[in-house]
Design a protein around this ligand. Structure first.
Ligand SMILES: [Cu+2]
Length: 225
């Protein structure tokens, strides 16, 4: 019964937009932090509940500790340690998503958001584009140069990581990687008007060896439209 319950609960965690089914290092870091926070908050909730029960059932030990000790340890020291650890973890994970310069530089793909369409422009293709379908090679870091042609949008591929704002007149860069070939979902993650909900795109991660041929076919198909 319990197994059935958790299977039902977790089945909602799978799918093309699931942050709990990571397929790249950036998303894996965020998912890990989420699981740590879930486990940590469950432990803290259990501790607080136990103290509440104790306060009613056997108030002696708590009274003996005194309100000052409880406030200093329970209200300052303990939350201080927990919040510091979370801030450090969040900074370390956030740092991984940044496109820090390195040699050789990862492939750069431009992602341009406009109400309500995504355009992707690829290096070494004379500015060729695909719309609402992004093609990447699996197994390597890609730097996405994200901008907008009108209002503020946000670029997000939940199973790979991210997200980052698409701001007119500005280029924001996020580094993502798909571990394996596959099809993933992407969305606009910043409300941008009536078409926001349908401003989605599909990410196709190809085998590295097939990538150039697949991309060329996709570009040819796009221009034939
Ligand atoms: Cu939007």
């Amino acid at each position: 019964m319990a197994a059935l319950g958790s299977a039902l609960a977790l089945s909602a965690c799978a799918g093309p937009l699931s942050t709990l089914q990571p397929e790249g290092p950036s998303a894996r870091g965020a998912a890990m932090l989420w699981w740590i926070m879930l486990a940590g908050s469950a432990v803290i909730f259990a501790l607080v509940s136990a103290m509440l029960v104790l306060a009613y059932a056997r108030p002696g030990p708590l009274r003996a500790a005194g309100p000052k000790t409880i406030m200093v340890w329970g209200g300052l020291v303990f939350p201080g340690i927990v919040l510091t650890a979370l801030v450090v973890a969040a900074f370390a994970l956030g740092e991984r998503m940044l496109a820090t310069p390195r040699d050789p530089a990862p492939m750069r793909i431009e992602a341009i958001a406009e109400r309500w369409i995504w355009t992707f422009r690829y290096p070494g293709t004379d500015g060729s584009e695909t719309r609402n379908r992004l093609h990447i090679p699996a197994g390597q870091d890609i730097d996405f140069v994200v901008t907008s042609g009108d209002v503020i949008h946000a670029f997000w591929i939940p199973r790979l990581g991210g997200k980052i704002d698409a701001i007119p007149g500005r280029e924001n860069i996020v580094r993502l990687r798909a571990d394996r070939p596959g099809v993933y979902g992407g969305v606009c993650a910043e409300y941008c008007g009536e078409g926001h909900a349908v401003m989605r795109f599909t990410v196709e991660a190809h085998e590295e060896a097939d990538y150039e041929a697949r991309l060329a076919a996709a570009i040819a198909e796009e221009s034939a439209r």
